[in-house]
Design a protein around this ligand. Sequence first.
Ligand code: NAD
Length: 362
Amino acid sequence: MRLDIGVIKGDGIGPEIVTEAMKVLDKVGEIYQHELSYSQLLLGGASIDAHGIPLTDETVAEAKKCQAVLMGSIGGDAKVSPWYQLEPSKRPEAGLLKIRKELNLFANLRPAILYEELKGACPLKEEITEGGFDMMIMRELTGGLYFGERKTVEEDGVVTAYDSLTYNENEIRRIAKRGFDIAMKRHKKVTSVDKANVLDSSRLWRKTVEEVGADYPEVTLEHMLVDNCAMQLVKDPKQFDVILTENMFGDILSDEASMVTGSIGMLASASLNETKFGLYEPSGGSAPDIAGKGIANPIATILSAAMMLRFSLDLDKEADAIEQAVAQVLKDGYRTGDIMSDGKTLVGTAQMGDLICNRIKR
Ligand code: NAD
C-alpha cells in the first residue's frame, strides 16, 4: 500500500524526534511492504525563517493532499528567539492554530498509558497502578467555552465578565461518532463526561451521545459527571477505556491523566477531522533547553506515528507492532534521560529509535 504522509519536523527537538519516528515508519514499511512517500512541510519557526510567516497557504494545500501529517513540536525560547519579536499573528504558535483551523481538526485524542516498567514515575499508590493502565481521552477541540461569545462590561460600577458555553447537536454528534469509532478499535467502552446535573449544554451532550451510542451496540456507554471523573482518574484509572468529553473538561482531564503516566516524552497525541485525516504530534513542546543534544525522548513521536497508522490509515497490525516494540525496549531496560532510573541503560535519541526499529516484528 502507498502511504502519503506529510512531515512537519518543526523546531527545537522536533527534527531529532521526527527523524526517529520516520526511521520506525520506514522499518514498518519494509516489513509490512508499504511504500512510504513523505512530503516535507514547514511550520512554525522553520517557516518564519524560510518565508517570513509561520504557515503559508501552499503548505496548507500540500498538507491537504496527504493522508495524514506527522509533526514534531514547534516554537522556541521566547526569551531569546527572534521569532518572538514578531507581532503575535506571525509567531510560531499562530501557525499551529492556523493549520488546526484550516484542516478542521475538531477532535483531539490523547492516550494516557502507564507502562508497567515506568510505574516508578507515577505519583499514584502501587495498588492503584498495579498492571498499568491504558486510556484514551477524546476532547472536542473547536467548540464550547473557549470559542463562545465573551465580553467584559462595567454595570453599575461593577466590572463583570461573561463567557458562554455553547454546543449544537451536530458538533456533539460528530465528536461522539469519532469517540465510538475509536472505542471499536479498543476495549469497546465509552465514558462520556459532562455536568448534566447543572448545564444545559451537558444535557444536550448526554442526549446526543446516547443517540449516537445506539448505533454502536457493541460499545458499553456510561456517563460520568466531570467532578467525579477527576476523582476517578486518580482513584481507579484502570476503569477507563475511551473518555469522551467537551473542550474545557477535556483540557483539564487530559492534563490530569497525563500527569499520572510520568514523562512528557512518552505522551502521543492526535487531532482529527471528519474524514480519516489527522495531525499526529507529541504532547510536549520543542524543548529548546535540550535541542541539538541528541538526548530528547523520541517515544511520544514514535507512538504518535503508531496512532497515525491506526486511525488515519487503518493499519492496526502495524500500529500494534510499533507499540509492542516500544514496550519491549522499556522492558529491556533502555531509557532516555527523562525516564531514567537506577539500574537502567541510558541511551540517546537516535539509539532509542534504533532499538525500537530492531524490535519491530511481523
Ligand atoms: P516543553 O514541553 O518544550 O518542555 C518542558 C520540559 O519538558 C523541558 O524541560 C523539556 O526539556 C522537557 N521535554 C519536553 N519534551 C521532551 C522530550 N521529548 N524528551 C525529553 N524531555 C522533554 O515546554 P516549554 O519549554 O514550555 O515550551 C518550549 C516551546 O515549545 C515553546 O515555544 C512553546 O510554545 C512550544 N510548544 C509547542 C507545542 C506544539 O508544538 N504543539 C506544544 C507545547 C509547547
